[in-house]
Design a protein around this ligand. Structure first.
Ligand code: CP
Ligand code: NVA
Length: 306
């Protein structure tokens, strides 16, 4: 039997596979928009979507993606499955994977998706953990490619919390061959082990102005992620100097784009002026979750299509 591939972080695919996937996503988007809608490689297949946290984009994009590929998507919230009542991950993984063809999970600890993958007989997709959000980076890399071309050799600046988005940008720097400046408060730095491993790819600084200079892409994320709601007030204080505003954008290259995984908090991590401004590509970025994940679903079931 062929080895099952999972997508838990960007490191699960090679650079070549990721590039193939991004270009495939762009051509699938073009085909769909030009009315060529007969390609249904996932006919009769079911995606189980396990959500232990809220979602708008991830749920809508995976569910719509499965419909467009000819398959079915099943929404499973932890609060109304046995997962929420303590059935072990190992048991849930074996049972759910015995009846479905592919599974996506949004949860807390990254080890949950790793354990799920270990016990699953079908591919597992990480749809966000506390540590990583690789599906978002597929859409982000696709969006940069569409707007500005190859990101290889460019400088990208991530502003804010050293969280799941930051870690995925770090992995993207390695896999897509760009340099990542990370501007963050000292108490909110990214994972130390990952930072050390990717030291030649990243620069971590508290100097937001220096980090933005010479950048081709500025991106940020919320100050308090899902599960950190009670830290909102204390985080607002720590992150206040790390807002992406027009002044920060003016330090970047003239052709720099602004990205945000969304949902955004206007006048917190980003001003409304930047979010709605000419350099912002956030709406394309959100839509591209659909196209990028269609290519991902295809790659994990049918195989990579060049
Ligand atoms: N960016 C993102 O994952 O959005 P949702 O939380 O709405 O899925
Ligand atoms: N860092 C955010 C990303 C949301 C898509 C969170 O985990 O809530």
């Amino acid at each position: 039997m062929a080895e099952i591939r999972h997508f838990l972080t960007l490191r699960d695919f090679s650079r070549e596979e990721l590039n193939t996937l991004i270009h495939r996503a762009i051509s699938m988007k073009t085909a769909w928009k030009s009315g060529n809608r007969d390609y249904q490689p996932l006919k009769n297949q079911t995606l189980a979507m396990i959500f232990e946290k809220s979602s708008t984009r991830t749920r809508v994009s995976f569910e719509t993606g499965m419909t467009q590929l000819g398959g079915h998507a099943m929404f499973l919230s932890s609060s109304d499955t046995q997962l929420g009542r303590g059935e072990p991950i190992q048991d849930s993984a074996r049972v759910i994977s015995s009846m479905t063809d592919i599974i996506m999970i949004r949860t807390f600890a990254h080890v949950i998706v790793e354990t799920f993958a270990e016990y699953s007989s079908v591919p597992i997709i990480n749809a966000l953990t506390d540590e990583y959000h690789p599906c978002q980076l597929l859409a982000d890399m696709m969006t940069y490619q569409e707007h500005r071309g190859d990101i290889k050799g460019k400088t990208v600046t991530y502003v804010g919390d050293g969280n799941n988005m930051c870690h995925s940008w770090m992995n993207a720097a390695r896999q897509f061959d760009f340099h990542l400046n990370i501007a963050c408060p000292k108490d909110y730095m990214p994972n130390a082990e990952l930072s050390e491993e990717l030291a030649d790819r990243i620069t971590i600084t508290e100097d937001l102005h220096a980090a933005a200079e010479g950048s081709s892409l500025i991106t940020t994320d919320v100050w308090a992620s899902m599960g950190q709601e009670e830290e909102q007030k204390i985080r607002e204080k720590a992150f206040a100097p790390f807002q992406v505003n027009a002044e920060i954008m003016s330090l970047a290259n003239d052709d720099a784009v602004f990205m945000h995984c969304l949902p955004a908090h206007r006048e917190e991590e980003v001003t409304a002026e930047v979010l709605e401004g000419a350099q912002s590509v956030v709406w394309d970025e959100a839509e591209n979750r659909l196209h990028a994940q269609k290519a991902l679903l295809e790659a994990l079931t049918v195989g990579f299509v060049a």
